[in-house]
Design a binder for this molecule. Sequence first.
Ligand SMILES: Cc1ncc(C[n+]2csc(CCOP(=O)(O)OP(=O)(O)O)c2C)c(N)n1
Ligand code: SF4
Ligand SMILES: [Mg+2]
Length: 308
Amino acid sequence: MSPKRGLRQATYKQRMMRQQMHLDARHDAVAGEQVHPMDEMLREDRLPHIWCPGCGLGIALGCFVSALTKSDLDLDKVAVVSGIGCTGRVAGYIKLDSFHTTHGRAIPFATGLKLANPELSVIVFSGDGDLVTIGGNHFIHAARRNVDLTIICVNNFNYGMTGGQASSTTPIDAVTSTTPYGNFEYPFNVSSLAAASGAVYVARWTVLHVRRLENAMIEALQKPGFSLVEVISPCPTGFGRRHGERTGLDTMRYYHQHGVITHGANVHEAGITLDGKIVEGKFVDVEKPTFLQFREDGLSEILGRNDK
Ligand SMILES: Cc1ncc(C[n+]2csc(CCOP(=O)(O)OP(=O)(O)O)c2C)c(N)n1
Ligand code: SF4
Ligand SMILES: [Mg+2]
């Protein structure tokens, strides 16, 4: 893995020390007051959040905040973009430059930000419905172009926010509010879709595996090019309760029993079924010039100039 252009890559130990110093300083500043370690990264005025009890989104956000803090990114040059959905609320809760855009359009919005200001680290944090269902075309083309974006896709296999409708990732036979007799559509394997479309980094983790998920996020944040972390997450309200998982804890138990960590697995054979195993790990980590780099190098060569 190579660090993003212009960024020095710290060792794990350095990152941990940095986070500890940050926490100590904060603790000193408000001695006597009870402080949550994530306070500084969240918009407290937006809390309490809208998420249901047992939802996996809080864990996904916790891992993301922790990954950002431990990464080498300059947080003043980070932009977080979400679309619409329960997952899309992340942009509203995180205390960074963040944008809650329209449904399915987080990636084109993020692409515009990156092209207009290449110094930014642009992260898209959104759901399966937003990113690979209504927004599927933007997803594949940003991957094809290798636009330098980090995509965190929370896959809960349904449109959680609007009442548990089927999305393009809903497994075959799954009962949802729009598939009362079970789903008869073949679903997307999100990681496979990204890999086939040209992504340079692809990993999948459930929210049960918090350390691994956080580390994957750090790697993806620092990887130049189109990187994807697929986060498998419980949605007891929209999805789980229709499949014998009434609570988020039931789904976490399912992850514990069915999660199989296989780094380097053939991602195209790692589809997710209703009752089968969930293959997790890092599937893709390759080097390829980003869209901007490729274009810059190509134009310099053709036009005989060097704008670098
Ligand atoms: C153009 C448009 N169509 C439909 C909707 C309604 N809508 C809001 S969120 C959503 C689904 C979100 O699903 P997902 O991205 O998986 O997020 P989740 O709620 O599951 O986290 C839909 C269909 C909308 N807001 N805009
Ligand atoms: S509907 Fe599902 S995804 Fe949305 S907050 Fe509730 S549990 Fe989470
Ligand atoms: Mg969803």
